[in-house]
Write a new protein. Structure first.
Length: 256
């Protein structure tokens, strides 16, 4: 009987030792799983970061009719491996890139010239005065950046100047936004009827809003243009553009 009691006691002690050990094993497994998950998330976050950087957030160019202009875009490799870079744009013949594909060594910077022209003689193409909207896309196997481009082409003689004050608030579907426009008569104080055109367009050329009206101005005039945001509005980058037209003269202004 004594031996049986000792045997039962020993089994009880063993059982009590096994239970804490079981919880310790479970805890270690959970900790290991947590470490693996965090490592995976960190790996994904690192993959989403890009080593290709550009030095421009917006390219805005003003051309007189028939004029050309050069701008520079610096593309940098901030990583520690060689990167293959491809540049493209959606502005047609108006924009010519000095290089469209190249490799960048770690720490290297490539200066790409962007040539803007309103007249392309070799193609017998001429862009009329107005505002042209697009982007320069930078890729290294996937899109890493898209730089908005706004090109304003004015007539050789500009009779009116403009500036605009656009609300800083984010646009919301179905709302109306008041844009303050100030128009200056560069010819004098006589009252004149000016044709005004307004557009809101994204970087892919899709028009969100378009409207025209006639405004009477003497020396200067300030007025508010109401822009209606449609219910099917998609979030993204948009440009508000206005042109003033009178007797063959076109003045431009824009806001991104």
């Amino acid at each position: 009987m004594v031996r049986k009691r000792e045997s039962a006691k020993e089994r009880t002690n063993v059982r009590y030792k096994i239970v804490p050990l079981f919880f310790v094993i479970i805890l270690l497994v959970l900790v290991l799983i947590g470490v693996l998950v965090l490592s995976k998330l960190s790996f994904v976050a690192d993959e989403s970061e890009t080593n290709i950087q550009v030095d421009q957030v917006l390219l805005k160019v003003l051309l007189n009719d028939g004029e050309s202009l050069l701008r520079e875009l610096r593309v940098m490799n901030t990583g520690d491996v060689v990167e293959s870079v491809v540049l493209s744009d959606n502005l047609g013949s108006m924009l010519a890139l000095s290089e469209e594909s190249f490799e960048l060594e770690p720490g290297q910077t490539k200066v790409v010239e962007l040539g803007f022209r309103s007249v392309i003689d070799e193609e017998n193409v001429e862009y009329s005065p107005g505002i042209y909207i697009g982007s320069v896309t930078v890729e290294n196997g996937e899109v890493v950046d898209s730089v908005p481009v706004v090109v304003e082409v004015e007539s050789p003689e500009v009779l009116f100047d403009m500036n605009i004050n656009f609300p800083d608030d984010d646009l919301e579907r179905g709302e109306e936004v008041g844009v303050v426009i100030r128009l200056y008569n560069l010819m004098g104080d006589d009252a004149m009827s000016i044709g005004m055109d307004y557009i809101v367009r994204d970087l892919d050329g899709n028009t969100l809003f378009s409207e025209s009206e006639t405004v009477v101005v003497d020396s200067q005039v300030s007025f508010t243009k109401t822009v209606s945001i449609p219910e099917n509005f998609n979030t993204g980058t948009y440009v508000f553009a206005a042109t003033a037209n009178y007797a063959g003269s076109t003045g431009t202004t824009s806001y991104l």
